[in-house]
Write a protein that binds this ligand. Structure first.
Ligand code: CMC
Length: 433
């Protein structure tokens, strides 16, 4: 059978090389044979921000950015959001297949029985400053779980890995809720095993003195759908961090904390908080054209717009718009929606955004729903981290079990000095004035 190859002629040497092509990809290491002198290091690729480098093979999530397609394990995101619960999707993402009814029952039961935080962890969280950002609390607390579960270092034991996965998926909402209650000055609410995953989270967030908190089913389902939409998104910044830190064989709590730290940035998961700040700043529909002009003049970015991979409408944003309507029937319409719709309408007609293929991403509308549900903007990225933990762990597990993976260690193109002689301190000339 003929193999696909790429033929390269090196104009420096006139030598020709034939590199195998598989899945429209060449292996970067195949370039290393391309040298001018035998003792050269060999050719490398320069790819800041990994614009065109596949760092792994993955069977978890498929994205076609030009066609606006997102699938987990082959299932379209829209289908999963319509028919499944988040824990069902978590099972699919982590194990590759949708669960049968008995498998789901056991899985839900397992996760439910891992929602409790150790008392020392609760006390650890009580030590945060009264105005600590909930996302910073979450990152630190997830890392601190590494001290509670030293057995998590056994990353090559599949049984142990599964135990840590259940603990993390179970405890993430508890940590998130505790960070929220802490920022409000309210006591921690312990999990309630009678409730499902989103209802239990809502109970831990909002239960006050009533004997039994009853979650609004429409809001609980909306939260579950938002969790499904955020479960995984292949090799984004935080997932790449999870894989990179995990590749050093750090335990999953430390790796997840690192991934959550990456998520917190405003260009990634922190964008949903920034969208709300932006809508506040704009203030009213009438100010939208002036704001867009300001962006086009190079002052800032339209937060919640644009994506490295999607060059078409983000399919998650479509489901979120639909979910927003259900939520607003319960909570009343968030007035910020009108500003957001106007921003979208004007931006999608504007040459600046059209030519750069900038469309609303998942973060554009999610914050508006979260705010209508009663969350303050500082909580939005925490809400993103809960479901994304599933994706991080699925990718971590895939990386750990992939024989081709090693410790992540990119190369660099060195642009500094050649070797220099050390000048004694009294003879040095100030370099910076
Ligand atoms: N508003 C205005 N201009 C933009 C925007 C935006 N939101 N995003 C990109 N551009 C411009 C950018 O200035 C550049 O213009 P030019 O070609 O004239 O220099 C062009 O579009 C290409 O942008 P880029 O920066 O090369 O694209 P990227 O793939 O490196 O960045 C992004 C992707 C998501 C970081 C960026 O679009 C952005 O900063 N968006 C706002 C933040 C945001 O909403 N982030 C959430 C992403 S989705 C969820 C997640 O990942 O967590």
């Amino acid at each position: 059978m003929a193999h696909d190859t790429l033929t390269i002629t090196d104009s420096r040497t006139q030598k020709t090389y034939s590199l195998p092509v598989e899945n429209d990809t060449i292996r970067a290491l195949d370039l290393r044979q391309i040298k001018v002198k035998p003792d050269d290091f060999g050719l490398m690729t320069y790819d800041p921000a990994f614009m065109n480098t596949a760092s792994c093979r993955s069977a978890i999530t498929y994205i076609d950015g030009d066609r606006g397609i997102l699938r987990y394990r082959g299932y379209p995101i829209e289908t999963l959001a319509e028919h499944c619960t988040f824990l069902e999707v978590a099972y699919l993402t982590l194990f590759g297949e949708l669960p049968t009814a008995p498998e789901l029952k056991t899985w839900v039961d397992d996760i439910t029985h891992h929602t409790m935080l150790p008392e020392t962890t609760r006390k650890f969280m009580e030590g945060f400053r009264y105005n600590a950002h909930p996302m910073a609390m979450l990152v630190s607390t997830v890392a601190a779980l590494s001290t509670v579960y030293p057995d998590a270092r056994e990353i090559h034991d599949p049984v142990n890995r599964l135990l840590q996965i259940k603990r993390l998926v179970g405890k993430m909402p508890s940590i998130a809720a505790m960070s929220y209650r802490h920022s409000l000055g309210f006591p921690y609410v312990y999990p309630d095993n009678d409730l499902n995953y989103p209802e239990n989270f809502m109970n831990m967030l909002w239960k006050m003195v009533e004997p039994k908190y009853v979650a609004n089913p429409v809001l609980a389902r909306a939260l579950d759908i938002l969790f499904i939409l955020h479960a995984d998104h292949e090799q984004n910044c935080s997932t790449n961090t999870m894989r990179s830190v995990g590749s050093s064989h750090a335990d999953p709590y430390l790796s997840t904390a690192a991934a959550a730290a990456a998520l917190s940035g405003p260009l990634h998961g922190g964008a949903n908080e920034e969208v709300l700040k932006m809508l506040d700043l704009i203030g009213s529909k009438d100010n939208v054209p002036a704001y867009i002009k300001q962006i086009k003049d190079g002052h800032g970015k339209l937060m919640g717009f644009g994506h490295r991979v999607y060059k078409n409408y983000d399919p998650r944003a479509k489901v979120i718009k639909w979910t927003a309507e259900q939520v607003f029937e319960v909570t009343g319409r968030n007035p910020k929606l009108d500003i957001a719709l106007e921003l979208e309408r004007i931006a999608l007609q504007d040459d600046y955004f059209v030519t750069r293929k900038l469309y609303p991403n998942v973060d554009f509308y999610s914050g508006i729903i979260y705010q209508a549900m009663g969350f303050k903007p500082e909580m939005f990225t925490v809400l993103f981290a809960i479901p994304r933990t599933v994706g991080w762990l699925a990718q971590w597990q895939e990386m750990i079990t992939d024989p081709e993976q090693k410790i992540a260690r990119p190369r660099q193109v060195y642009t500094g000095h050649e070797v220099r002689e050390l000048v004694p301190i009294e003879k040095r000339i100030p370099a910076l004035v």
